[in-house]
Ligand binder design. Sequence first.
Ligand SMILES: Nc1nc2c(ncn2[C@@H]2O[C@H](COP(=O)(O)OP(=O)(O)OP(=O)(O)O)[C@@H](O)[C@H]2O)c(=O)[nH]1
Ligand SMILES: [Mg+2]
Ligand SMILES: [Zn+2]
Length: 322
Amino acid sequence: MDHTTTGRVTAQFQHMYTVTTADAAFTCGISGKFRHEAMSERDYPVIGDFVEFTVREHGQGTVRRLLERRTVLSRTAAGNETREQLICANVDYILITMAVGHDFNLRRLERYSLAAWETGATPLIVLTKADQVPDVAPLVQDIQLTTPGIDVFPVSSITGDGVEALRTALPSGSTLVLVGSSGVGKSTLTNALAGKTLAETQAVRESDERGKHTTTHRELFRVDDFFIIDTPGMREFGLWDGADHLDDTFSDIEELSERCRFRDCSHQAEPGCAVRDAIATGALDKKRYASYVKLERELRYAEKRQAEAARLAEKKQRKTKA
Ligand SMILES: Nc1nc2c(ncn2[C@@H]2O[C@H](COP(=O)(O)OP(=O)(O)OP(=O)(O)O)[C@@H](O)[C@H]2O)c(=O)[nH]1
Ligand SMILES: [Mg+2]
Ligand SMILES: [Zn+2]
């Protein structure tokens, strides 16, 4: 007989979901009513969501209702149309993974951490493949200077160094998502944290250390007291509404601008510009400032595109109603 219960989405393929309860997993579609009432992508379940579903028969069910989310991770979908694409929900920690070597890129880290703050979850930085350099300390220091206020964990999933430190830093019961480029070792770290093989891994290309996009879909694994979401490697998870957090990531620059003589200083040619002075003395890294300017511009552009998309959607709706 049918009965309704709650579970968590642990895998998804478009609008088909694996919903897992304490003791079973179900393949679920969504009810017609649900589909009818959904207005946007945000209304559909995504990995990490808690849902109410009806068990139809052995191993099969239908999602009826989406329970309220604590946090959402999303990015701007590629294409001409600006569309928000959900990545996962109810995440407590975003583990921004970056490997030593070719993948190491502080500018990308700035962008990632900015987008991460926006989600409501806490970002952490995991510097992977620490075994591949004689001393990770200088790299860790560079990261700390770039993204102040975010904890950095150097790890080697091969030797196991740092894995325990990462585990103990996370409160039990938390949900983590691993994000970062292909080949940095997200799946290997998932396995290291689990102490067994849950996710498939594959060697990187030798010529340039690029990954081979081994993980092809997101999956949530239960590991002891944790829930870990392993994701396919991605270069970016775009800026969606990150303006509020630009100041968090670049608090040093914000503080400097407050000391400029003119309130609306554009830091171009105005006299008494504290930002230009700081660049001149080397107190502010020129590249860091350039990336701040670039991000600010991108954000403004993203905002404009979103406003435009909203306007078009409204127009369309008015048309269908008429
Ligand atoms: N030396 C070293 N190699 C590692 C470490 N972690 C992962 N690797 C290797 O890096 C390669 C890629 O690891 P994966 O875990 O598949 O990378 P991924 O981030 O999941 O990649 P995608 O699924 O493509 O996004 C594998 O050959 C791993 O053995 C590490 O800590 N040290
Ligand atoms: Mg992987
Ligand atoms: Zn200025």
